[in-house]
Design a protein around this ligand. Structure first.
Ligand code: PLP
Ligand code: LYS
Length: 444
């Protein structure tokens, strides 16, 4: 298992994160438990911010909050001097409740409702990343009613095939996101936006996909976007002030994954933009990037308690844990692979091949197939690594399981940033119609 950030094995042979013994954390906070390495979160934020300061200071790094959104995370991002990408009323609400500066918020999404747009206009968020023609009309009208001007970027589909899982590719022409450059719709969007009284067109945005290892895809995207900046300039006279190149940098989950350094991505991206601007006599745009996974993914682990262990002789040994697809739906959704170990037996060599089952009533609720672990018994603490991204944020209450707590571990201290859901939380919004409380009426 790869040890990321502050992960260490302590004298007791236990896994430690942020100076905290994870076996102790499991005892103190219960399991399943998400543990975030705060120092690594900050280190990753700084890697982006400092790389841009070095290569291209006219830039902004905004964190994609869909990846892991909590009020404490929003605070951390604000402290690191970054902006924030939100894609729903809920993410916007969380950011605002945390005190995140509204002018550093970018509002994304392919189907923002009028209510969500009203909420954003009321809060005066910094930018709207407009996805399509209907949204241009809707936002222009809502801004008109408020006698204001909304600053927008247009989401563009650059037609780049990023080599990643089909479900998480987003830059293709046939995509639910954005207007394609190739069929002329992106240019029509820019022209339309420039003619709208209550919109201020600032530039363009693309996001080519997620969990990307091949930096060439970014080079291609940056070059394609700059060519489009030139086309807009030629056709309309407007030189885009802002160029948002999205997120998507891959992280390490299991052997074979080859994450590229943040600094190299930034160097390549900025070089490509600079060269294209010089070659085409365009002003240098402000560059915006919106990473998520590469900031939080490797910084998170999930702790589980082993429950039943079932050996089917000659076939397979199932080790079941007290969580599963409800706290990590990625294996079931994308066949995503993870590494794991026993946090209380880090120095004991792997001895048997087992498969880790979740506790949901679904055969597909398997977290990891065929992994080497030391002899495993009920009560052991299983740690799954690289669960910081798209785990807590995609967790569900299937089977009426309670969503786990989240702690930030740093400097030997672990602090709760999300409480474990209670059973009361699960029925908080349930209502029983009055007629059902009366047996006779119910049968009538
Ligand atoms: C528009 C947009 N920006 C940023 C991100 C963050 O991507 P990642 O977590 O891969 O960095 C996503 C998710 O893929 C996205 O859809
Ligand atoms: N949720 C996906 C990534 C989606 C990207 C969102 N634009 C994952 O876990 O890999």
């Amino acid at each position: 298992m790869n040890l990321h950030g502050t992960m260490r094995i302590n004298q007791a042979g236990h896994l430690e994160i942020g100076g905290c013994d994870t076996v102790e954390l499991a005892r103190q906070f219960g399991t399943p438990l998400y543990v975030m390495d705060e120092a690594l979160l900050r280190e990753n934020c700084r890697a982006y911010v400092e790389s841009f300061q070095k290569h291209y200071p006219n830039a902004e790094v905004i964190y994609a909050s869909k990846v892991f959104s909590t009020m404490a995370m929003c605070r951390l991002v604000a402290e690191e001097g970054m902006g924030l990408d939100v894609v729903s009323g809920g993410e916007l609400y969380t950011a605002l409740a945390s005190g995140f500066p509204a002018n550093r918020i970018y509002f994304h999404g392919n189907n923002k409702s009028p209510e969500e747009l009203e909420m954003a206009l009321e809060a005066r968020v910094g930018r709207y990343v407009v996805d399509n023609f209907s949204e241009l009309d809707l936002l222009n009208e809502l801004a008109r009613q408020r006698k204001t001007k909304a600053k927008i970027l247009i989401r563009v589909s650059p037609g780049i095939d990023a080599h990643t899982h089909h479900y998480i590719k987003t830059g293709m022409i046939d995509s639910k996101f954005g207007l394609a450059i190739a069929n002329g719709q992106a240019l029509m969007g820019a022209e339309k936006a420039l003619g709208m009284k209550n919109l201020e067109f600032k530039g363009i945005h693309c996001h080519i996909g997620s969990q990307i290892f091949d930096l060439n895809s970014y080079k291609e995207a940056a070059a394609t976007m700059m060519a489009f900046v030139k086309e807009i300039k030629t056709k309309t006279g407007y030189a885009c002030e802002e160029l948002n190149l999205g997120g998507g940098l891959g992280i390490y989950y299991t052997e074979g994954d080859s994450p590229q350094p943040i600094g190299e991505l930034v160097a390549l991206m900025t070089k490509t933009v600079r060269e294209a601007a010089t070659a085409n006599n365009l002003p240098l745009p402000k560059i915006i990037v919106e990473p998520g996974r590469s900031i939080v993914g490797e910084a998170g682990v999930t702790l589980y308690t082993v429950g039943s262990v079932k050996d089917i002789p000659g076939i397979r040994k199932y080790v079941a844990v007290d969580g599963g697809m409800t706290d990590n739906p990625r294996p079931a959704l994308y066949q995503a692979k993870y590494e794991a170990a026993l946090a209380n037996k880090m120095n004991v060599p792997g001895e048997e091949t087992v498969s880790i089952a979740g506790k949901c009533c679904e055969s597909g609720d398997m977290l990891i197939w065929d992994i080497e672990l030391p002899p495993t018994v009920p009560g052991d603490i299983l740690v799954v690594t690289s669960t910081g991204a798209y785990n807590y944020s995609m967790a569900s209450n299937y089977n009426r399981n309670r969503r786990p707590a989240v702690v930030f571990a740093c400097g030997g201290k672990a602090e709760l940033v999300v409480r474990r859901e209670s059973y009361e939380d699960l029925i908080r919004n349930d209502l029983v119609p009055e007629r059902m409380q009366n047996k006779v009426a119910c049968l009538a």
